[in-house]
Design a binder for this molecule. Sequence first.
Ligand code: GTP
Ligand code: MG
Length: 395
Amino acid sequence: MSSISKQLSSITCTGRKESSSSSEVRLVMLGKTGSGKSATANSILGRRAFESQVCSASVTRRCRRACGDFRGRHITLLDTPGLLDPYQTPQEVQKELKRSVTLLFPGPHAFLLVFQIGRFTEEEKEAVLQIKQAMGPQVLGFSVVVFTHGDSLAEEISVKHCLIERCEGLAELVARCGGRYCVFNNHNSKTKEQVSELLAMVDSVGKANGGSCYTSKMLQAAEEEMAQNLQVERRLQKEKEELVKRKQEAAVREWYQRELEKIQSKSEREIQELRRKYEILREKDEKLAREKGEQQLRLVTTKMEEQKTNEGKLKRQLDESLRRERERCQVEIRRLKRELGKCSELYEEDILKKSAEEQSFITAFTRPVTGYAQEMGLVVLNIAVESIGASCAIQ
Ligand SMILES: Nc1nc2c(ncn2[C@@H]2O[C@H](COP(=O)(O)OP(=O)(O)OP(=O)(O)O)[C@@H](O)[C@H]2O)c(=O)[nH]1
Ligand SMILES: [Mg+2]
């Protein structure tokens, strides 16, 4: 059994068997969880084929198929799990959505993008993004936008003016869907006009695509294109990251270089400052040493001068005392000489007196006595000279 027929046999079919006639319509319900996919599908089929209720979690978890007839056309509907379901990952939901193409072999004629009337928020945009990621961007060319909760709209309100044209994102989506949109009131499922209107739009989808439905080949091509795009995107992202990284590295290098230069110039300034301080200190030291040396020199010079002065003074004193001593000695010598002269005169007179009397007798004996007395007189004189410290001698 092929994988497609396996998948086909695995789903629940609650309607009539699929006809191969041209009146056949195969539709896939897509949208955010709780947007009203199952309720809309029930409205189209005119019976409660799918479970639809107010619930905090997704009601439809797996793809389910149901068939019905409407004004002579055989309709096969595939209800899908809601997007942005908090209990399933986007990947799980997208994987299930991809199955829709094979489950409606040879492929759906149209996708019904279901939104509850109201604000077109970031959540709605995210739902559209996930639909494109699952089925490829071409899916919008096969889609009709369906707004549920039509019963909440006042009759005079124009969906086009009040809803679509006032929201850029929604207007763009409708434009990408070929301007196809319709409003459903699922509370009054007996209203068949909305189904007719929808089917007319589904027919216009077929016309816009040359009568072709959305086949698995298209999905495969879309997947390949998306994979390629993803690769390109990843490569671009990688290149961008590399560029950012290089820029960051360059910025860090630049910053580092700037910081390094700052630190270097700061260090150089500090070294210069230290050198300057060191020079000042050295000069101070040298000045102090010089001053100390000069002071010591001055002291030594002063002392030497004092010593010289003292020596000169002493010499002068010595010279003076020597001169005085000499003068005194000379005075003393002159006195002694005078005394000696007197003594000699007296002695000679005495001798002359006595010699006359004792001339003849003494002549032979007095001569040596006279010589002796003279010698004795000189000796006495010299002793006297020596006692006063004079350096001369009398002969
Ligand atoms: N008043 C009003 N209520 C609606 C309309 N369409 C859907 N609802 C209500 O909205 C709730 C959710 O509808 P569902 O059809 O279960 O939504 P869903 O998109 O199938 O939800 P999941 O299966 O969880 O993804 C139900 O209580 C519906 O009765 C509508 O046109 N008018
Ligand atoms: Mg549902």
